[in-house]
Design a protein around this ligand. Structure first.
Ligand code: NAG
Ligand code: NAG
Ligand code: NAG
Ligand code: NAG
Length: 167
């Protein structure tokens, strides 16, 4: 009993440390139909030469958002993101290259990486794990199960922590 409690504590602590050490790592959960802002602030400030928002699993198929010199988005943008992604600050002042993804669908679930070239170096600035769950109740269809599974594992984690606190 106490051994398992110790192991659980160590696991939770490890997760917590891992999360807090990588400061540009974000986790966001939204509902279908929401508009979500994906935050990315380049600490080097302005003069953005190149901006690439990528989704990890679509690597070779196009970008979530692409900017180089002037926006030529459609040439490089993945079709599922066309007309749905906008810069929060169109002037990208102070390295603010956050984007809003509108009207999210279940398939938007994934890992979003923000790469910025400023000066002569391209760097990963933000790495965001976005989870989209079905809005409203039940869902029931195939897509809904993804959100349900994520939801259940969150519940399991909360229950686990609760049990730990009671022991
Ligand atoms: C998302 O943004 C669009 C316009 O940009 C707006 O019409 C819509 O109501 C917003 N949706 C939500 C859920 O806020
Ligand atoms: C980026 O710009 C938007 C719009 O001006 C603002 O609401 C947001 O707070 C800015 N983000 C940061 C991190 O400065
Ligand atoms: C969601 O993704 C799956 C697999 O990638 C695809 O088969 C399906 O058509 C997509 N659904 C929508 C609504 O884009
Ligand atoms: C971004 O985060 C995901 C999930 O934590 C990880 O799998 C991925 O390797 C990260 N991307 C980069 C470029 O470090």
């Amino acid at each position: 009993m106490s051994a398992s409690k110790l192991i659980l504590s160590v696991c939770l602590l490890a997760c917590f440390l891992k999360r807090s050490l990588s400061k540009d790592q974000q986790q966001i959960t939204v509902k279908t139909g929401d508009n979500v802002t994906l935050q990315c602030l380049d600490p080097r400030g302005g003069d953005i030469k190149l901006l690439q928002w990528r989704r990890q699993d679509l690597k070779d198929e196009g970008y979530v958002y692409y900017y180089k010199g002037r926006p030529r988005i459609k040439d490089y943008q993945h079709s599922s993101f066309q007309d749905r992604v906008e810069l929060v600050d169109p002037e990208m002042k102070n390295g603010n290259v956050s984007v809003t993804l509108k009207n999210v669908i279940i398939n938007d679930t994934g890992t979003y990486e923000c790469y910025v070239a400023s000066g002569d170096r391209t760097e990963l600035i933000s790495n965001i794990t976005l989870t989209v769950r079905v809005s409203g109740d039940a869902g029931g269809d195939k897509d809904g199960n993804v959100g349900l599974k994520v939801g259940l594992s969150v519940v399991a984690l909360i229950v686990g922590v609760g049990v730990l606190l009671v022991l």
